[in-house]
Design a protein around this ligand. Structure first.
Ligand SMILES: Cc1cc2nc3c(=O)[nH]c(=O)nc-3n(C[C@H](O)[C@H](O)[C@H](O)COP(=O)(O)O)c2cc1C
Length: 213
């Protein structure tokens, strides 16, 4: 078979670039429900992700019950208050004004885990660096994030949490490591600029620095 230049058109590449530019961490959601068929399609993107040794170590919990959601939100509020207490001056002022979760109103919420004890993949590639399993889950989240964005949906990653408390509240196996708590829904707005940049917390680098050895 002769090698083709690319299976994808220039138009497609432009669209892909736009998709990546418009992927945002979303913390503000409309109350429009998420279509289940669309959600399933986006979740299927996770199955396409690379994983060390083909271990597919992702484990996904859908957080639907009032009790589980309330426990997760309380967990965030406690961790966020502790985080705020660690800042002072201008940092504390800006931090206190940031909205760092959409857990209050996101129609779909997921807790995503890495199963550190999986035997799938027979340990290939994870011998010297077992953390590669967790990185595999992160790559899967990235595909999921883009798939959602392509459907007009947004995702917000919440990491300001006490993972041990959350694991107890959600009754997860000991070998599962929390990768993140994710809020999904229809975003209130679209922007090419990260919200943390808009709010004056941090800026995105304008060029990629590459060192050579
Ligand atoms: C591993 C990870 C954890 C994150 N945790 C949080 C979080 O707890 N709360 C939050 O508001 N944003 C969180 N974010 C989102 C980042 O703040 C966001 O990606 C960054 O500001 C750039 O914005 P953008 O995603 O819209 O480009 C997290 C992102 C990643 C990748």
């Amino acid at each position: 078979m002769t090698a083709r230049k690319s299976e994808f058109s220039e138009d497609f590449r432009d669209q892909l670039d736009l998709l990546m530019r418009l992927r945002r961490d979303v913390r503000r959601f409309r109350d429009t429900p998420v279509d289940e068929a669309v959600l399933t399609r986006c979740l299927d993107a996770i199955r396409l992700a690379p994983s060390v040794g083909l271990s597919e170590p992702w484990r996904i919990l859908r957080i639907d019950s009032e009790t589980a959601r309330a426990a997760a939100l309380k967990n965030f509020e406690t961790a966020n208050a502790e985080a705020l207490a660690g800042y002072s001056g201008e940092n504390a002022k800006i931090y206190s004004q940031l909205k760092l979760t959409g857990m209050q109103d996101a129609p779909v919420q997921l807790a995503v885990y890495c199963d550190d004890s999986t035997t799938k993949g027979r340990g290939l590639g994870a011998g010297t660096m077992p953390e590669m399993r967790r990185y595999s889950v992160v790559t899967a989240i990235t595909l999921f994030w883009l798939a959602l964005r392509a459907e007009g949906l947004g995702l917000g990653w919440v990491s300001i949490l006490d993972p041990e408390q959350l694991n107890r509240d959600l009754n997860v196996p000991d070998d599962w490591q929390l990768i993140g708590y994710f809020c999904l829904g229809h975003p209130e707005e679209t922007s090419e600029t990260p919200e943390l940049e808009q709010k004056g917390w941090e800026t995105r680098q304008d060029r990629l620095k590459i060192e050579t050895r």
